[in-house]
Design a protein around this ligand. Structure first.
Ligand code: CA
Length: 336
C-alpha cells in the first residue's frame, strides 16, 4: 500500500498525477490474500485486541472511472474523514483543493454502495500558494535529497451526511513507544518487497491491511521500515542512508530486522490511510500515511522494496485541530 499521491508516503513516489502507483507492500513469503482478509477482519483477523476494526478505512476520489481515485482515509467522527493533504490538494500552478470528491467505505474502490459526497475540505495551513507549493510539490515527497519533508500532510473531509453502521476510529493522543506493533490499511496497490517493477504490482483497488513495528515516534512524523530479515535492509537500525533532514525529524533509534508475520508498508494509493497503535486498551489512529523512502535510498524511485521507510503524519500533533475543526471552531481554509 502506499499513498497514491504522495509518494508513497512521500518518498515513495510523489505523485503529482493522480496515481503514482504503489500500494501495500507485503512479504513475498506470505499468501497475498492474507492482507485482504486482514483488512476485512475475517476469521483470525477479527477486530479486537489484536487487530483494529478496519471498516473505518475508506477510499477517496472522484470515481468518474474505476481508476479515478486519489488515496485512502479513515472515519474519525460520524461525518468526518481524516486523510492526507496531498490527496486533496491539486498541484497544477496555483494549488487548490480538489473538487467533487467522494469517499467510499467497503472492501473495494469499485463498491459504490456506501458512497458519501465530500462537502468541505479542511487543511491545517492556509491555502496559500507560497506555503503550499513548497509543501506539496513533488519535491516534498521525493525520496532522498529533499530537505522539505513536511509534517502537516493531513486534511479533514466533511461528508454530506453521517456515516452509519461503522464505528469511528479513536485518535491517539500521547507518545507512542518504538517497538510497539502497529497496523496499517489502505486501498493502494499491492506488491511484495521483491516486485520492484510496476507491471508486477496489483492495482485492483482492494482494501488491504498489514502490520509492522513502530521504529520512531518522531518530530511530527512516525516511521517504520519494511523488513525481510536481512540486516542490510533494516534501514532504521541506524538511519543509514536516510536523507539528513528526514533523519533529524525521525531522530535516533533502533530497529529490528525481523519482519512480523504480515509485515506491510504503505505505497501509492495508501496515502491518507491510517496507522493504528494501541493506547488505553484501544486501537487508535497514530499516523496518516504520508510518504516513504525508496530503498536503496539513492537511485530509482517508486519501487516497493524491503528496506523502504514509511513515514506518516503524527496524529497526536493535530488532535486539537481535528477536534476544533469537527466542533466548528476553526477559521482554517475551507473548500471553495
Ligand atoms: Ca526494521
Amino acid at each position: 500500500m502506499w499513498t497514491r499521491n504522495v509518494i508513497p508516503l512521500t518518498l515513495l513516489v510523489a505523485a503529482a498525477t493522480a496515481r503514482s502507483v504503489l500500494g501495500i507492500g507485503g512479504l513475498h513469503t506470505v499468501e497475498a490474500d492474507a492482507y485482504i482478509r486482514m483488512a476485512g477482519n475475517k476469521n483470525e483477523f477479527k477486530a479486537g485486541e489484536k487487530y483494529p476494526d478496519f471498516r473505518a478505512v475508506c477510499v477517496l476520489g472522484r470515481f468518474r472511472t474505476s481508476d479515478d481515485w486519489e488515496g485512502s482515509g479513515v472515519l474519525v467522527a460520524p461525518r468526518w474523514v481524516l486523510t492526507a493533504a496531498h490527496c486533496v490538494v491539486k498541484k497544477k500552478k496555483a494549488p487548490r483543493l480538489a473538487q467533487k470528491l467522494k469517499v467510499r467505505f467497503g472492501s473495494s474502490a469499485a463498491d459504490k454502495s456506501r458512497e458519501y459526497r465530500v462537502e468541505e475540505i479542511r487543511i491545517t495551513l492556509p491555502l496559500d500558494a507560497k506555503v503550499l507549493k513548497p509543501l506539496l510539490t513533488d519535491k516534498v515527497f521525493k525520496n532522498g535529497g529533499s530537505n522539505r519533508t513536511d509534517r502537516n500532510d493531513i486534511a479533514l473531509l466533511k461528508l454530506d451526511r453521517d456515516v452509519t453502521g461503522i464505528p469511528v476510529a479513536p485518535l491517539f493522543e500521547g507518545r507512542a513507544k518504538p517497538g510497539t506493533r502497529v497496523c496499517l490499511a489502505g486501498f493502494g496497490c499491492f506488491a511484495t518487497g521483491r516486485q520492484k517493477r510496476e507491471r508486477q504490482w496489483k492495482d485492483d483497488g482492494r482494501k488491504r491491511a498489514g502490520e509492522n513495528i513502530l521504529d520512531r515516534d518522531g518530530d511530527g512524523l512516525i516511521a517504520f521500515d519494511f523488513d525481510n530479515g536481512q540486516a542490510d535492509r533494516n534501514t532504521l537500525k541506524s538511519n543509514r542512508g536516510l536523507d539528513r533532514s528526514l533523519s533529524k525529524l525521525l531522530g535516533p533509534g533502533k530497529s529490528d530486522a525481523k519482519p512480523l508475520p504480515l509485515e506491510g508498508c504503505s505505497y501509492s494509493g495508501d496515502s491518507g490511510g491510517p496507522v493504528y497503535a494501541r493506547e488505553n486498551n484501544q486501537w487508535r489512529v497514530l499516523g496518516i500515511s504520508s510518504f516513504g523512502t525508496d530503498y536503496p535510498l539513492k537511485g530509482r524511485r517508486a519501487t516497493t522494496q524491503y528496506g523502504d521507510v514509511n513515514c506518516s503524519t503524527r496524529v497526536p500533533n493535530h488532535v486539537d485541530w481535528i477536534r476544533r475543526t469537527i466542533a466548528g471552531e476553526t477559521g482554517a481554509s475551507k473548500d471553495n
